[in-house]
Write a protein that binds this ligand. Structure first.
Ligand code: BMA
Length: 855
């Protein structure tokens, strides 16, 4: 448990902000070794092996940092896995206890002898007392802040001991609440801790504690770098004024050199000597960049990234560095008067675009175990489904550097909420000060990133005030307290520290005072479907300017359900399945809607499966309508992308990372080119929607068929598809399209073709499928190996609805699933796997079903 600091001359000097891979590859610079007289900043991690125990008990157990108490208790065999069966109930005691973490480490005189030695804690969850060698050195009360503590007076050369004691967050919350004459809504309104851990309508209650982000010691003397602000101003179309504002902390008057380098594109650097005064110094540099290589969101162009690096030199010797990666892009949230009210659309590099994506929640109830690999796989799945924007929802966490690095690299814009959700806030000065410090830290940490599109105050706090009865229930001073945080502290922080980005007070919010649900301006959470029990067709009557939430639940598929159940649990009303359904009316609502659309599934597994198709069809109805209404509607972010544990929820990918039907559908309904047949009372309106930046000539092919396979009518229309538009191409009475046949006997196929290439296809049913006597499809398949890839070729002579392929026991997934296979139109699906699956193995394991097999 002891950790030695590097001896002089034996280790690298870690440079803040540089990915380790670059450092060691020596791409940026070769780091100086620590010499005996070094004045370089030394940063040394205190992560890794620690010990922990319950306060009041003797025995210490091994712990990992970063981590949290539930993960450590699980690793020590002291609690069962809370995700398994109904174990969540058995671990509730953990939140009521206090926990202590400790580590012994050795420092050399090189470290302890520096003029300044600081402990830098990037995440302590939440109420912590920090002791060094038995003396208290700090106290914390916000898991989202970084704490920098002076430990110089307490550190000894040689052996040291750090102890961090976490008080029970729920006990502290209760103490804080008792100071108010009323109880504020929300699980944890007084505590600056991830709200979802207190339980959500898709999340377990697992209120954890611990050192959840890295912890290190920084030792320096003379000077070190502080914050670096990088701003970019597009002064002309192809000219950017880039400014760096670097904070330098000095402990005495001195002359140092600062070098600013721009790496990537056309490399450039500039050095100058600066006279520092004791305290905080600001160094400002400006660069004119002509014809910068622009950064674009996914689907609109490349994600060009540029590295900005600041080096601080003392007499020619590098003593500190900061590296940040930026992208040149001009992004604005445009709100202009128009015929429907006030627009709400994002414009990047002069190009307005439709925001396509979803809401992101933390990918685990225990964030320290979210790996970069998991984050990357989820984010790549979003890009694969043609998304360009995610909303980091205010009930979770400010995500990890990995998350934002990947969003920068993949072109996923981030609508960033501050962490407040479905709650109100206390009005005391200490709380407000805590929030101000948190916001400053978060804005300073993220503002250089091209992916950050918008700062948003909170999730649904304003909605709750005006629409959930809070306005009537609470004194008006509570709304003043709200205003202090969301209309003063947060917007002022953004304006001061990140003036180039917009701030939006709440999601949803509108410019109509007191009406966050306005359809004339702002964003909207449309929950008439699901919470309001309206039919899916109601989506088509909504014309809000930007839909930042709407959603529908489904169950995970059987493979995921098997990870947390025993065979006897596999009934949606069993105690274990109900433990993994957090919405009080979730199961009845799924069944209610299911029986509007589908026949009652024959067994548990079919029920899970049909719930996913139902959810996907609901979201398809919504998004196809929203996109057809471009430019009136300019965004569709569905609720929700992912899960934090295995559960019935609104997610499109489940906790195991498996794509539900929704994610496959999203890939189709967010496709840059979309043909959308939309029912409008007695008519069918067919829209062609394009997000492409060039026009193209196409043909719209329409065919009406009976389910038995007879063509009723076929035709085609030439058309020009203009860039970034939605165009109504066909509007015809439904009756006429069916040639008078009953709705349950026919369906329509739309294909938008450019030459021989099908740009988008869609199938429209004239009747709910429960009324249709779907024929049994005769799906034939062949497994081929093509260029080392496994491809399944499929054929049917009768419509096969929602064809689903699986290969139990073979790791991997199919490139498409839950798709319609049309008669005599062979389809191909690839099997994607890290391992090379033998064609015979795949053939033997392959299972193919369709909707017709579920009843
Ligand atoms: C939205 C979210 C969450 C919630 C979801 C489903 O409004 O902001 O609070 O999980 O609804 O009810």
């Amino acid at each position: 448990m002891a950790l030695a600091f590097p001896e002089a001359g034996k280790d690298f000097h870690p440079v803040r902000g540089i990915p380790a891979a670059l450092l060691f590859a020596g791409l940026l610079f070769s780091s100086p070794f620590l010499g005996a007289e070094t004045t370089s900043l030394i940063s040394y991690p205190l992560d890794g092996d620690w010990q922990f125990r319950q306060v009041g008990q003797e025995t210490w157990h091994p712990a990992r940092v970063p981590g949290c108490v539930h993960l450590d208790l699980m690793a020590a065999g002291l609690i069962p896995d809370p995700f398994y069966r109904d174990n969540e109930l058995r671990v509730q005691w953990v939140e009521k206890e206090a926990w202590e973490y400790r580590k012994e480490f050795k420092v050399t005189a090189l470290v302890s002898g520096k003029a300044h030695v600081e402990l830098v804690a990037q995440g302590l969850d939440t109420f912590a007392l920090i002791f060094l060698n038995g003396q208290q050195i700090g106290e914390t009360d916000n898991m989202f802040r970084t704490w920098r503590l002076d430990i110089k007076p307490f550190l000894r050369p040689g052996q040291n001991e750090i102890v961090i004691r976490f008080d029970s967050p729920v006990r502290r919350a209760r103490d804080l609440e008792s100071g108010l004459p009323y109880k504020l809504p929300g699980g944890s309104p007084h505590v600056r801790k991830a709200p979802y851990q207190f339980g959500w309508d898709w999340g377990p209650r697992l209120v954890t504690s611990g050192i959840w982000r890295p912890l290190s010691i920084e030792a320096w003397e003379g000077a070190r770098l502080g914050e670096l602000e990088i701003t970019q101003e597009f002064i002309e179309k192809n000219k950017v004024l880039l400014k760096t504002r670097t904070e330098v902390l000095a402990d005495r008057s001195q002359e140092l050199a600062i070098k600013a380098s721009i790496i990537g594109g056309k490399p450039f650097s500039h050095s100058e000597s600066v006279d520092l005064k004791p305290g905080l110094n600001l160094n400002v540099k400006s660069f004119s960049i002509i014809n910068p290589e622009l950064w674009w969101p996914a689907g609109m162009g490349p994600q060009n990234l540029t590295t900005v690096r600041i080096d601080l030199y003392q007499k020619g010797r590098l003593i500190d560095s900061i590296v940040k990666r930026i992208g040149f892009r001009n992004l604005v949230l445009e709100q202009k008067e128009d015929e429907w009210g006030t627009s709400f659309r994002f414009v990047v590099n002069g190009v307005p675009f439709f925001a396509k994506g979803g809401n992101w929640i933390p990918a685990d109830s225990f964030p320290p175990r979210i790996t970069r690999r998991k984050t990357e796989s989820l984010l790549r799945d979003c890009v694969a489904a043609h998304m360009n924007m995610l909303r980091v929802w205010g009930g979770g966490i400010y995500e990890s550097p990995d998350f934002y690095d990947l969003c920068d690299e993949l072109g996923l814009l981030v609508w960033q909420d501050f962490m407040f959700a479905c709650s109100l806030v206390p009005g005391d000065a200490a709380f407000q000060e805590n929030v101000r410090a948190e916001a400053e830290h978060i804005v300073e940490t993220l503002r250089h990133r091209p992916s950050i599109a918008l700062w948003c105050g909170n999730n649904e706090c304003e909605e709750g005030w005006f629409h959930w009865g809070w306005k009537e229930k609470y004194p008006a001073t509570v709304w003043d307290d709200y205003g202090k945080i969301f209309h003063e502290i947060l917007p002022r922080t953004v304006e001061r520290l990140d003036p180039g980005r917009s701030y939006w007070p709440s999601s949803p919010h509108s410019t109509q005072v007191g009406d966050p649900r306005s359809d004339r301006s702002g964003d909207m959470h449309y929950w008439g479907i699901w919470h309001g029990r309206e039919p899916f067709s109601e989506y088509r009557k909504r014309f809000h300017r930007f839909f930042s939430e709407f959603g529908f639940q489904s169950f995970p598929l059987m493979d995921t359900v098997e990870t947390f159940t025993l065979p006897q649990d596999r009934n949606i009303a069993s105690p274990v399945m109900e433990q993994h359904q957090k919405h009080p009316e979730g199961n009845p609502l799924i069944l209610l809607y299911m029986l509007d659309h589908y026949r009652l599934p024959k067994d548990f597994e079919s029920l899970l499966w049909v719930s996913q198709v139902l959810q996907a069809e609901g979201m398809k109805t919504a998004v196809e309508h929203f996109r057809s209404q471009m430019p009136r509607v300019m965004g569709a972010l569905y609720w929700q992308i992912n899960d934090c544990w295995p559960v019935a929820s609104w997610s499109g990918t489940d906790y195991s990372g498996r794509w539900k039907a929704l994610h496959h559908y999203a890939k189709r309904f967010f496709n840059p080119v979309l043909v959308a047949p939309i029912e409008d009372e007695k008519d069918l309106r067919i829209y062609c929607v394009s997000d492409l930046d060039r026009p193209f000539d196409a043909e719209l092919h329409l065919g009406v068929y009976t389910y038995e396979g007879t063509a009723v009518q076929q035709g085609k229309t030439p058309l020009r598809v203009d860039p970034r538009t939605s165009r109504l191409v066909v509007s015809k009475p439904l009756e006429e399209l069916r040639s008078g046949l009953p709705p349950e006997e026919t369906y329509l196929v739309c294909d938008l073709k450019k030459g021989d290439t099908t740009m988008s296809s869609n199938v429209f049913h004239f009747s709910p499928l429960k009324r249709v006597d779907l024929p049994k499809p005769d799906i034939r398949c062949e497994v081929l190996t093509r260029d080392g890839r496994q491809v399944v070729r499929l054929h049917t002579s009768k419509l096969a609805k929602n064809v689903y392929l699986s290969a139990p026991g073979i790791p991997g997934r199919f490139s498409d699933n839950f798709f319609d296979l049309l008669p005599d139109r062979p389809g191909e699906v690839e099997f994607i796997s890290d391992q090379t699956a033998a064609a015979e193995g795949l053939r033997a394991a392959l299972k193919i079903i369709s909707l017709r097999d579920t009843y």
